[in-house]
Design a protein around this ligand. Structure first.
Ligand code: ADP
Ligand code: MG
Length: 220
């Protein structure tokens, strides 16, 4: 069977990529599919029994249908919360390594969701950025738009950049990360009119994240 795969990028760091990734994982699990996730490159990690681990990657690991080794989910775990091309200067990201781990995971599940890092042009090493990683994995992209002031511009720029990379963006997800945003609905309608791909869901603002409720909001 062909594994379904999606690459989750965002308008920025803190756009809601992890939130959307977990909601998507829950969504597909409910359809009876085995689901795995990956956070190939993570900056900002803490020691867990002597091993550097990242909160996003742990959440992705915990929401998977199958127990898999942390190193498969997150091959590059950098301690400092700085751009991977800086954090990883002594252990730079190699796309081939990520592709190899991805293929191992892909063989185990019906659906695999890969969360990027930062936005579309976030640098991963001296030559590659997130767009190169998405290309290497050959996955369709879902753009997560963090609804905050400035997000219309960021959504249009990101969508155009994805297109320029020659990658298919299959849709976008709106995540309400700012409870104080004014004219939320108008912002969503403006982005909807600007992007020629479907809005796959609006994830409401939640004081306490409830991924089951968030999964209800998705219609990929
Ligand atoms: N639906 C939501 N409601 C409230 N807060 C959210 C929601 N989604 C994300 N957040 C918060 O916004 C911040 C960024 O979200 P996250 O999913 O981690 O973004 P990214 O993965 O793009 O960096 C986090 O502090 C997260 O808890
Ligand atoms: Mg994240």
């Amino acid at each position: 069977m062909m594994t379904q795969g999606y690459f989750i990028t965002g308008t920025d760091t803190d756009a809601g990529k992890t939130c959307a990734t977990i909601a998507l994982m829950r969504y597909f699990k409910r359809q009876g599919k085995t689901v795995l996730g990956m956070k190939p490159v993570a900056s900002g990690c803490t020691l867990h029994a002597g091993e550097l681990k990242n909160a996003d990657a742990l959440l992705i690991q915990g929401n998977a249908s199958i127990a898999v080794d942390y190193q498969l989910i997150n091959p590059y775990a950098y301690e400092l919360p700085v751009s991977p091309h800086i954090a990883g200067v002594h252990n730079p990201v190699e796309l081939a390594t990520v592709v190899e781990r991805f293929n191992s995971l892909k063989a185990l599940a019906d659906v695999i969701i890969v969360e990027g890092a930062g936005g579309w042009y976030a640098p991963l090493n001296a030559q590659d950025d997130i767009s190169d990683l998405a290309k290497a994995l050959a996955l369709p992209v879902i753009l997560v738009v963090g609804l905050r002031l400035g997000c219309i511009n960021h959504a249009k720029l990101s969508y155009q950049a994805i297109q320029l990379s020659g990658i298919t963006c299959i849709g976008w997800i709106a995540v309400c990360v700012d409870p104080d945003l004014l004219n939320r609905e108008e912002n969503i309608q403006t982005i909807k009119a600007a992007l020629p791909v479907p809005l796959l869901g609006i994830l409401p603002y939640q004081e306490q994240l409830d991924f089951e409720l968030l999964a209800d909001q998705l219609t990929p």
